[in-house]
Design a protein around this ligand. Structure first.
Ligand code: NAD
Length: 487
């Protein structure tokens, strides 16, 4: 199937395979035209100032909230996730949109800086200026929550945005664009262009001033390479292989309950989902018994605990990870090599999985979990860190949570809870290593979509000047004496 010749592409219900919509496969020309329009509206959007933009974004927030059931149904239809999960996702996104709208002025307004004694005749401040046009490229697993972290924060900072949603969730993307248009004071502030991967590539090559990408590490590297060619900055939110660390003093029942949810919910298609557990040997049997009992009650299906794999090709990846673990000697607590039953995957928990198995080294992105016993928390930390990913983690311990968390090479950690960092609007979201760089959410998420401009102006003239060819010997002497005195 050539992506260059298609003018349209279908969107499917992943549970049935049924076509539920047809969308424009935007061409390079379409993308360039959208970016040109976004540039044209940029100045007016910036001129609205923080207060004007806040009004628009809060109004958009209200429209989304009012029509929550409509977008919830659309997300559930295109991704296959249960309605309650879709509703939770959108509620979190609404919270972020509101926070970004209401806090941009506080975190992005100019700040004055002390010019220092030698430059005391100067006035100094640091401004944060929007980049101009931000290209946002999104994935399908959380088609509202994930791109909203870039869209809301970019817009609040004063950028116009061109958004390319995943080809698996184009309807959700168009819905976001259409609802924004209802509250927009003028066109082309936030545009949505649908298309396949080539459309995303065209957006990276277009005249955007920054790219905010969320998706796989493999695609992120292509985006980063294209951006490097144009010397434009990127924020890259990629995959993960998040560990759950359970210490001997943890609340085992709660750790098992939450780890199970973190691994299986959304059919395991969560970048910050649990994929590996490292449990202290003293409590391992209890943890395994608890999680095994609870897992028996979890079932995939339409509006059951979780839905189908949204992207059919992921089923092959999941199968290969399960087969590889089995071949290397892993035992199955629940599920087995027959867990993949397209389009669903049964909950699968593997025990004593060799650390060189694909289920440990690669992102599985399915409802699977590995559980390995460790002698102590030093071993747990070492194994948790022995991965090319570094997105999130969850630590369970009554006494040592903070200590363990501080040793993890990850962008985010929850202690005695899971994914708290995604819901708290004031903390940044993002990873290290192959999980990407840059941050969305919180003050840092607003900063991400601005560049710094230092402005220094003269408050009063000194009797002698230094930055001129007319500098006198007296000025040189004066400067040397002051420096010697000060240092
Ligand atoms: P993907 O990389 O296949 O696609 C992501 C987006 O990139 C899509 O819109 C796609 O059309 C576009 N794209 C494809 N080729 C492109 C190219 N050459 N240039 C530019 N854009 C291109 O990822 P996916 O399967 O949609 O998403 C799943 C991945 O996303 C998982 O790895 C998951 O962990 C990750 N993810 C990360 C976060 C996070 O915040 N860190 C959040 C959600 C998902």
């Amino acid at each position: 199937m050539s992506t260059t010749t298609l003018t349209e592409f279908p969107s499917h219900n992943p549970a049935t395979g049924e076509v539920i919509g047809t969308y424009r496969n935007a061409s390079v020309e379409d993308v360039n035209a959208a970016v040109a329009r976004a540039h044209a509206s940029s100045r007016a959007w910036q001129a609205l100032g923080f207060a004007g933009r806040k009004k628009v974004l809060v109004a958009w927030d209200a429209v989304i909230s009012k029509r929550l059931s409509e977008i919830t149904e659309l997300v559930a239809l295109e991704t296959g996730k249960p309605l309650s999960d879709a509703s939770l996702e959108i509620s979190l996104a609404i919270g972020h949109l509101d926070w970004a709208a209401k806090n941009a002025a506080r975190y992005l307004s100019p700040v004055t800086r002390n010019p220092g004694l030698i430059m005391a005749n100067m006035k100094a401040r640091v401004e944060r200026a929007p980049y101009g046009v931000v290209g946002v490229i999104g994935p399908w697993n959380y088609p509202v929550f994930t791109p909203m972290g870039s869209i809301a924060y970019s817009l609040a900072a004063g950028n116009t945005v061109v958004f390319k949603p995943s080809e698996y969730t184009p309807g959700v993307g168009e819905w976001l664009g259409a609802t924004f248009a209802e509250v927009a004071p003028f066109p082309d502030i936030f545009q949505v262009i649908t298309g396949l991967g080539a459309t995303g590539q065209a957006l990276t090559n277009a005249a955007v001033d920054k790219i905010a990408f969320t998706g796989s590490t493999r695609t992120a590297k292509k985006v980063a390479a294209a951006a490097a060619d144009r010397m434009i900055p990127t924020v890259l939110e990629c995959g993960g292989k998040d560990p759950v660390i359970v210490d001997s003093d943890a609340n085992i029942k709660k750790a098992a309950e939450y780890a199970l949810w973190l691994a299986m919910s959304n059919a395991g298609q969560t970048c910050i989902g649990a994929e590996r557990v490292y449990v202290h040997h003293a409590v391992a049997d209890e943890f395994i018994r608890e999680i095994g009992d609870m897992a028996k009650e979890i079932h995939p299906g339409v509006n059951k605990n979780y839905g189908p794999a949204t992207m059919p090709s992921q089923l092959n990846v999941i199968q290969s990870h399960i087969d590889d673990a089995a071949a290397k000697g892993a035992k199955f607590l629940i599920g087995g090599t027959d867990s993949v039953q397209p389009p669903f995957v049964q909950p699968t928990i593997m025990l004593d999985v060799p650390e060189d198995s694909l289920a440990i080294t690669e992102e599985t992105f399915g409802p699977t979990l590995t559980i390995n016993r460790v002698q102590n928390m030093d071993e747990a930390v070492a194994l948790a860190n022995a991965t090319r990913y570094g997105l999130g983690a969850s630590v369970w311990s009554k006494r040592n949570g903070e200590k363990i968390a501080s040793q993890l090479v990850t962008g985010m950690v929850s202690i005695n809870s899971v994914i708290g960092f995604a819901g708290v609007a004031t903390v940044p979201f993002g990873g290290v290593k192959d999980s990407g760089y840059g941050r969305i959410h919180g003050p840092e998420g607003l900063h991400e979509f601005t560049y710094l401009r230092s402005v220094v102006s003269e408050r009063f003239a000194l009797p002698f000047a230094f930055t001129t060819f007319k500098r006198t010997k007296f000025a040189d002497k004066f400067l040397t004496s002051v420096i010697k005195f000060l240092h």
